[in-house]
Design a binder for this molecule. Sequence first.
Ligand code: IPM
Ligand code: MN
Length: 354
Amino acid sequence: MSKNYQIAVFAGDGIGPEVTREAFKVLEVASQLGGFQINKKSFPHGSEHYLDTGELFPDPIIEEVKTMDSIFLGAIGDPRVEVGLVERAIIAGLRLHLDLFVNLRPIRLLADKFCPLRDKGTEDIDFVVVRENTEDAYAGIGGILRKGAPDEVAIQQMVYTRKGVERIIRYAFELARKRDRKKKLLMVDKANAIRAHDIWTRTYAEVGEEYPDIEQEHAYVDAACMWMVKNPEAFDTVVTTNLFGDIITDLGAVLQGGMGVAASGNIHPGKVSMFEPIHGSAPKYKNQNVACPIAAIAAIQMMLVELGEVSAAVNVEGAIEKVICHEEVTTVSALSGIPTDEWGDRVVEQMRLL
Ligand code: IPM
Ligand code: MN
């Protein structure tokens, strides 16, 4: 019997619905070619829904999505709503409530023409960042005292638990082993300035003893940014804190061709996971059919891997590569001159040819 996957869809705000539509065009064809079924359930939650109803992300919806096989999120964010309110409720909410402790962000350059670095090419940029996804400054411990007053105080705590640090480091070691490339893991922290990061240093050393086959390296986050630009070929698997992972993966996205291509998986192995492009909602491009859905399609490719539909994932990955490597494509972004729906059509066409 063919499998039938229940997928929760939060198309979200701005360009979210447009890139989501193309992503599901691809998933639909992947299911036809791969002999499995997709049953999607769309949820309206996002900024528009919040403005209309005052509802952010209610508990029954959180409980419902826990029962699904996977979750897709287009983009969240709208300038008419208080900064970060809906993003924290839905994106961070999914990550925390579903304990999606891994944020997997592959950085792979598919064509030299998209690389902003002089003298670097596809063979130099192929690594993956494993971002811790539930703790750090995102744990939600903080607030503002005497807001607006001259003696105002604002605090946000960086929270790290032994369990949280250990499980992400272990996941990253396993991934470095599974990738079977350079067999090395770089841990990125700022233990020289942030004393709490000592828990990362110690846990990394302890867990590392179980992985003698994996070369273990360490860099402070400021130096890691410098090395990512100077010697990206030295990177293979990177593990880091939530906040640093957020920052260095935007840098990584630019190395691979920009926010138009970068995707991520918010994963709890063995449980429901959530996949999303790492770009935002880009309100100025909303409903113009110019947004590039390649990152959203790449998120579908990551979802297929996690669902175990590996040959479908390989097919989508190959099709993306064919489409963006075409000589007519000079940039993978809203400025490409290629309409949103045509990107999806091109990927689907290649999927059928491969
Ligand atoms: C990301 C985003 C989010 C984050 C925001 C929207 C809360 O920047 O997924 O990288 O900071 O994690
Ligand atoms: Mn980010």
